[in-house]
Design a protein around this ligand. Structure first.
Ligand code: ATP
Ligand code: MG
Ligand code: MG
Ligand code: MG
Length: 471
């Protein structure tokens, strides 16, 4: 089944169950200072859960474009390393706003997966929140999932890639216990079942999360009940497509096949399983949709996340031997793949291409030089790239520190992040002093601007500033 057919089958299923079909919202949350990007389908409904917004319907379903490259949900460093994570992905979701609750939500999910999509029940595992006997009983008694394939799981604070059955959008806001459905890709793939020590593999892949929204979390961590219990579900389209297309990796589905083939042509790479091609195919989606949604490369906030993703993609192209611009040429095949589902992408193709090409040409001038400098630094460094060197790459060659860390990781090295922050702070101090000078009219503006080129506040601060949340 093609990705496009999965989207429409999902929506049709819920339309027939009286759900209003709503369009995807933007990757930039409408007016939510707690969130950098739309990271799940529920974001556009947050105020409905909280009771401050009323909708003319109590049930809804959609396909939401999501980005997890900053803030509480950040999968940027997973891309290229797992079969199941993207920065940009599409989330299939259905909602009940004070209408149905656990029983119906679970029954619908099971009917769709096993009845409509015909997934073999014996390959499905489920998890429930450790104390949620109600969800456990529904799965076991009503649906008939055997106890061996139902796992009780708590909230796994501090272990970001461990299963966690208490879902929250951010550190504050709507949240609640959840139950998740996993698909077993079989013994040919490494990884253990959910909740086991080696669950962070690609064998048992989480496909659908059903959240029972019951609480609003305050900044001090306290939970208060929502006006009405709600259901919020999210299923990764690409993960479901992998299952339905009998491939193991998300990057082998129809939608990616085309993008990866073109990336291979543009970079002269014959091995289409090459990790860099996957990263490039992932990043063209994130970057294009961010630009469609009004973000442009810059040195702060959302624009800096975009710049970082673009530069990571360009560096992968460089690694494959590309020495000119290429990344913007991926927009056309992306439009062919996704323009029908997202007309706004097709409509802004030329604009997206221009924005990417401009950034590409700008970074192209320093990328090659910066890579040579990185090699020299790496030769001298032991296992850790000193913070001052990471800062030099940042300041002189436009290497965001996560790009440097990414290159280092590939070579088994790491970056002294604290040292980088310190170098950054020192520069900020110098800039401030320069600003004072300038106020007195004693420093030429040109010099001051060279001393104060950026407002980047550090990697962690990036999310914290824009979101003021986020753990
Ligand atoms: P994982 O544990 O695999 O990282 P998650 O628990 O963080 O996933 P949820 O927040 O529960 O994911 O999101 C709902 C669904 O969205 C997941 O069950 C999965 O199918 C999909 N999903 C989540 N993150 C990604 C991603 N980075 N790329 C593709 N699909 C994703
Ligand atoms: Mg995750
Ligand atoms: Mg998970
Ligand atoms: Mg989950």
């Amino acid at each position: 089944m093609k990705t496009a057919d999965i989207r429409s089958t999902f929506l049709e299923f819920f339309r027939a169950k009286d759900h209003a079909i709503v369009p995807s919202s933007s990757l930039v949350p409408a007016s939510d200072p707690t969130l950098l990007f739309t990271n799940s389908g529920m974001v556009q409904f947050k105020n409905v859960f909280l009771g401050s917004e009323k909708l003319p319907y109590a049930r809804a379903a959609d396909v939401q474009r999501c980005l997890r490259a900053g803030g509480k949900h950040n999968d940027l460093d997973q891309v290229g390393y797992t079969a199941r994570h993207h920065t940009f992905f599409e989330m299939l979701g259905n909602w009940s706003f004070g209408d149905y609750f656990k029983r119906e939500a679970i029954a619908y999910a099971w009917e769709l997966l096993t009845g409509v999509f015909k997934l073999p029940a014996e390959r499905l595992w489920v998890t429930v929140y450790q104390t949620d006997d109600e969800a456990y009983d529904i799965w076991h008694r009503q649906v008939g999932v055997p106890a061996e394939r139902i796992v009780r799981i708590g909230d796994n604070k501090g272990a970001p890639y461990a299963s966690d059955n208490f879902w929250q959008m951010a550190d504050t806001g709507p949240c609640g216990p959840c139950t998740e459905i996993f698909y077993d890709h079989g013994p040919g793939v490494a990884g253990g079942p959910p909740g086991s020590p080696d669950e962070d593999g690609d064998r048992y892949i989480e496909i659908w999360n059903l959240v029972f929204m019951q609480f609003d979390r305050a900044p001090d961590g306290a939970l208060s009940p929502l006006p009405a219990p709600c259901v919020d579900t999210g299923m990764g389209l690409e993960r479901l497509a992998a299952v339905l297309q009998h491939v193991h990796s998300n990057y082998e589905i129809d939608l990616f096949e085309h993008l990866i083939r073109v990336a291979g042509e543009l970079t002269g790479t014959r091995d289409l399983a090459n990790k860099s091609l996957r990263v490039i195919a992932d990043h063209i989606r994130a970057c294009s949709f961010l630009i469609v949604d009004g973000v442009l490369p810059s040195n702060e906030g959302r624009g800096y996340v975009l710049r970082r993703i673009i530069r990571r993609a360009l560096r992968h192209g460089w690694m494959l031997g590309v020495r000119g611009d290429f990344f913007w040429k991926m927009v056309a095949p992306l439009v062919e793949e996704m323009g029908a589902a997202y007309p706004e992408l097709a409509a802004r193709q030329a604009f997206v291409e221009d924005a990417l090409r401009t950034e590409e040409q700008r970074f192209g001038e320093t990328l090659e030089h910066g890579m040579r400098v990185f090699d020299e630094i790496a030769k001298k460094a032991g296992t850790i790239i000193p913070g001052t060197d990471a800062f030099r790459l940042y300041d002189t060659y436009g290497f965001p520190v996560d790009l440097t860390a990414d290159i280092a990781r590939e070579r088994g090295l790491s970056v002294d992040m604290a040292g980088f922050e310190q170098a950054m702070n020192e520069q900020r101090e110098r800039a401030r002093a320069a600003g004072r000078f300038e106020a007195k009219g004693q420093m030429p503006a040109e010099l001051a601007s060279r001393l104060a080129p950026t407002v980047f506040l550090g990697y962690e601060a990036l999310s914290a500033v824009a979101c003021k949340v986020v753990g």
